[in-house]
Design a protein around this ligand. Structure first.
Ligand code: NAG
Length: 317
């Protein structure tokens, strides 16, 4: 890796990239700082609480909660890729990132984002089996199957990320190094390379566009399928299923909406996409615990049980 970096500097003059950030207005920057710090800590705390509760409470040792805890781990990684750096940079005049730092951000955001998409599909499948084939739930969603979903999600994420990066890592960067954004990502970076990147841009659109639009379509279809099955079998269950799944669909739309916009919109002339990026960096990792978990009665009971057990230990020790 080190030798690659050395080799690249031979034909590229740019050693760092400069972010323009979101705005120059002092008041909006302050607002942004408060909001992003609060959301970042809230999502870290919420997701840590989920991982602890699911791990420590044996009542929650079931496929759905294992997948949820894994989603929380992915969410924590995902919001730690761009958010801390953005928070530190908000009031800096010169917001820069090194060449390697920029590619590291791209690599991890695509690897983690890609596995999050696959994991969301696994969670939708889990709900499908639980609702539509309840008697065979534990046979289908066996521990091996869960592990298989997890490993698959990480492998797909890694492949998705590596395939794009392999082509980009050797591009020459010699001229402008200003990124009108607060994090590194491929569409903007490719426009800075001093060679024709038309084909690469097409490749990124296909690769990232395919994985985001494809997963989104698959998720929406599976939710519709679940609702249809519930509706066919009982009229009373529909409203309950609808209220659970509508929360899931909200998360899915908020997570995929901005991503699909970045990668499939031909040429982003507006600044809309960099504001939309805030959703993926801050809001979805925060909403996942809220929507998937804290609205869930079993999880609330488990958190209370854990809390009283913890207080009990403190009293006797
Ligand atoms: C992730 O899922 C696996 C397999 O179901 C499970 O063993 C593991 O405990 C989960 N991870 C967390 C942090 O709960």
């Amino acid at each position: 890796m080190a030798s690659e970096v050395m080799g690249r500097t031979n034909h590229s003059i740019v050693s760092e990239f400069v972010f323009l950030g979101l705005t120059n207005s002092w008041e909006i920057q302050l607002l942004l700082l408060v909001f992003s710090v609060l959301l970042y800590f809230a999502s870290m705390m919420g997701n840590i609480a989920i991982v602890f509760t699911v791990t420590l409470d044996t009542h929650l040792h079931s496929p759905m909660y294992f997948l949820l805890a894994n989603l929380s781990v992915i969410d924590m990684l995902f919001c730690s890729i761009t958010a801390p750096k953005m928070i530190c940079d908000i009031f800096k005049k010169h917001k820069s990132i090194s060449f390697g730092g920029c590619f590291t951000q791209i690599f991890f955001s695509h690897a983690v984002g890609g596995s999050e998409m696959v994991l969301l599909i696994a969670m939708a499948f889990d709900r499908y089996v639980a609702i539509c084939k309840p008697l065979r739930y534990l046979t289908i969603m066996s521990p091996n199957m869960c592990l298989c979903f997890l490993i698959t999600s990480w492998i797909i994420g890694l492949i998705h990320s590596l395939v794009q990066l392999v082509f980009v890592v050797d591009l020459p960067f010699c001229g402008p190094n200003i990124l009108d954004s607060f994090y590194c990502d491929l569409p903007r970076l490719l426009r800075l390379a001093c060679t024709n990147t038309q084909e690469l841009q097409f490749m990124v659109t296909i690769n990232s566009g395919f994985i985001s639009v494809g997963s989104f379509a698959l998720l929406i279809i599976s939710y519709i399928f679940i609702l249809f099955t519930v509706w066919k079998h009982s009229s009373g269950g529909l409203s309950k299923a609808l209220s659970t799944l509508s929360a899931h669909i909200t998360v899915v739309v908020l997570f995929f909406g901005p991503l699909m916009f970045f990668y499939t919109w031909p040429s982003p002339t507006s600044h809309l996409d960099k504001y939309l990026a805030i959703f993926d960096a801050f809001i979805t990792p925060f909403l996942n615990p809220v929507i998937y978990t804290f609205r869930n009665k079993e999880m609330n009971v488990a958190i209370r049980r854990l809390y009283s057990r913890f207080m009990h230990y403190r009293k006797i020790s």
